[in-house]
Design a protein around this ligand. Structure first.
Ligand SMILES: O=C(O)c1ccccc1NCC(=O)[C@H](O)[C@H](O)COP(=O)(O)O
Length: 206
């Protein structure tokens, strides 16, 4: 089975449909208002209502208030939630929705221990750590620090690009890869050619 691809930071329908046409499996929508990729719940739910079947829309939150998560979730039964902040396992479970937990690769992080704290997560996403920026850093991290036996499917993120994604997939062998900045033409807008190159690299080695 080839590696799955999540294109994150979708802000408009055109980019969503282009990514799906190129073979994306999941689309990420950032509900963190300090991000240049922020999208409002209304716009995101409007986009999700026009997606074809067999596509996973992923709503991304960073220590968000309950009412924001609920407002988004109630817009469509299709949402999977990606918790990208310091949310506890209890918070992640409290919405009754399937979820991914993102862990940032701080130098001293015990990934196995952290990941095992979220037994109800569908997957664990590993992302680069940059103080003050919770995600979308455009930076890679040391893939050798990823434990071989994670308890959940791994989504690899952080600084992936059309140039390094095939190496990342061959080295780490993740369940899926996740990209934002590496396939943009400007913050929040995707570059169709880079999206195609990235997905080909992830699924077919370039
Ligand atoms: O993308 C953002 O702006 C963002 C902001 C705050 C929290 C998370 C964010 N993105 C999460 C993602 O899933 C990104 O795809 C992931 O961090 C990788 O980003 P990049 O290094 O730009 O590919």
């Amino acid at each position: 089975m080839s590696c799955r691809v999540k294109i994150c930071g979708i802000t408009n329908l055109e980019d969503a449909l282009q990514a799906l046409g190129a073979g994306a499996d999941a689309l990420g929508f950032v509900f963190y208002d300090k991000s240049p990729r922020y999208v409002s719940p209304d716009v995101a739910n409007q986009i999700v209502s026009q997606l074809p079947p067999f596509v996973v829309p992923v709503g991304l939150f960073v220590n968000a208030p309950d009412d924001l998560v609920e407002q988004v979730s109630q817009g469509s039964v299709r949402w999977v939630i990606q918790f990208h902040g310091d949310e506890t396992p209890e918070q992640c479970e409290s919405y009754g929705k399937p979820y991914y937990k993102a862990l940032r690769m701080k130098p001293d992080v015990d990934v196995l221990r952290e990941a095992s704290n979220y037994p109800s997560a569908l997957a664990i996403l590993l992302d680069a750590y940059k103080p003050g920026i919770p995600g979308g850093t455009g930076e890679t991290f040391n893939w050798n620090a990823i434990p071989a036996q994670l308890p959940k499917p791994l989504i690899l993120a952080g600084g992936l690009t059309p140039d390094n994604v095939a190496t990342a997939v061959n080295t780490v062998k993740p369940y899926a890869v996740d990209v934002s900045g590496g396939v943009e033409r400007s913050k929040g807008l995707k570059d169709p050619d880079r999206v195609i190159q990235f997905i080909n690299g992830a699924k077919h080695g370039g």
